[in-house]
Design a protein around this ligand. Structure first.
Ligand SMILES: Cc1cc2nc3c(=O)[nH]c(=O)nc-3n(C[C@H](O)[C@H](O)[C@H](O)COP(=O)(O)O)c2cc1C
Length: 388
């Protein structure tokens, strides 16, 4: 059983915090609800006290009590800004400033408020300080807009609390670099040589790494799916962009997950204008791109764990992947058979084999989110072995 402080701020979603408190109590935790004056415009403190089974005025200075975890849900844009600035002008912000344990915030606001550079800068400051984020998620807001701003559901918040309290967010404070999508190599101003990768697998990995507390940078090559909200996003449309950003970000990373499908060849001469259609054949010379994994292998790794992905077709794929593991100094390689139509490229599902230096594990067909969790379980195990 843990002692959990639940900070509630002013927004429609404050009513959902009642469910969170109920779930935490049911899970056996001692829960202390704390409301901002803004929150009390939406929900009554009495409701929370009843759900937390606490007596009114039982704790005159709850902000000074020791606690294992502070959860701020919903966390308004206003409170997020106050937390980043270190203000202490109500029970929730005072508590946050005095709290020495883990903090989880669930930002909830209008999508434009969340996208605002001021809010994004505040979120960055808090992440850098080790605050964990749950959401915000994409969906319809109470005002009928669609976008990223919804509060993570209470069940998801409970799951995150459980992970944090069990110390199982073993990526807490770790820097994770993920590449996702497929690069496009220009032929001329409008045409390109590309591949079928949607970015789903890399996005699922980035989301899972962030859920486990990692500070995630996602190098995004033409994603066909939305990127998770709680990661740093860097657009890398071409193989050259992806190579440059990977080599720049990898030295600071504890874990590198190279899920992007990077072009092996690019047109040797890309035209800066659009080639007119003239009925003549167009012969294109392709030149090899830099092998990013090989280039990464030449950097000093300093305890970093590097995971590669191999899109193989047909039998012999696993043997080729094992060779790649050796040649490119990888710690783990995730092999999938892209000749199958039901999994892999473009598909929400995948079926993979995880090949490490000391063991191999087949992961049965599952949604890419579950495959991502299996890959991270293995990568985290390797990271812990290496860094303790
Ligand atoms: C109906 C209504 C809904 C609101 N919902 C939100 C919200 O979801 N997120 C948010 O950041 N602010 C929301 N606000 C604005 C906050 O209540 C306001 O910024 C307030 O100062 C927050 O104070 P607090 O952070 O101390 O609780 C809402 C305001 C109203 C009137």
């Amino acid at each position: 059983m843990a002692r959990v402080l639940v900070g509630v701020t002013g927004g429609i979603a404050a009513y959902k915090a009642c469910e969170l408190v109920r779930l935490l109590v049911r899970a056996g935790h001692e829960v202390v609800p704390l409301l901002t004056p803004g929150a009390e415009r939406f929900v009554a403190a009495e409701t929370f006290r009843a759900l937390a089974r606490s007596r009114a005025g039982a704790e005159p200075f709850p902000h000074l009590e020791r606690a294992d975890l502070l959860v701020v849900a919903p966390c308004s844009a206003n409170t997020l800004a106050k937390l980043a600035a270190g203000l202490a002008d109500n029970l929730v912000t005072e508590t946050a400033l005095a709290h020495a344990g883990l903090t989880l915030v669930a930002p909830t606001m209008n999508p434009r408020m969340w996208a605002h550079p001021a809010t994004q800068a505040n979120a960055r400051v808090l992440r850098e300080r080790g605050v964990e984020f749950a959401g915000p998620e994409e969906g319809d807001t109470a005002e009928g807009e669609r976008g990223v701003g919804r509060m993570a559901e209470p069940e998801e918040l409970l799951r995150r609390c459980a992970l944090l309290l069990e110390g199982r967010t073993r990526l807490s404070g770790r820097r994770v670099l993920v590449t996702a999508g497929g690069t496009r190599e220009p032929l001329d101003a409008v045409r390109f040589v590309g591949n079928r990768s949607s970015g789903r697998m890399g996005v699922a990995l980035a989301a899972e790494a962030a859920r486990r507390g990692g500070r995630v940078t996602l190098l995004a090559a033409n994603l066909q799916v939305p990127a998770p909200a709680d990661v740093e996003l860097v657009e890398t449309p071409t193989a050259a962009d992806l190579e440059r950003e990977t080599l720049a970000h990898a030295p600071a990373a504890d874990l590198v997950l190279m899920a992007a499908a990077v072009a092996d060849y690019r047109p040797a001469h890309a035209r800066s204008d659009k080639r007119p259609k003239d009925g003549a054949a167009w012969t294109v010379e392709l030149e090899p791109t830099t092998d990013v994994l090989r280039a990464l292998a030449e950097q000093p790794a300093d305890g970093r764990v590097t995971v590669g992905f191999a899109a193989e077709t047909g039998p012999g794929g696993a043997a080729r992947a094992r060779e790649k593991l050796e040649q490119k100094a990888l710690d783990l390689i995730v092999v999938n058979d892209v000749s199958r139509a039901d999994v892999g490229f473009d598909s929400p599902e995948n079926e993979v084999v995880l090949i490490g230096r000391d063991r191999e594990r087949a992961v049965a067909r599952a949604p890419k989110e579950q495959i991502a969790a299996a890959v991270l379980d293995e990568a985290v195990r390797l990271l812990e072995e290496r860094r303790g």
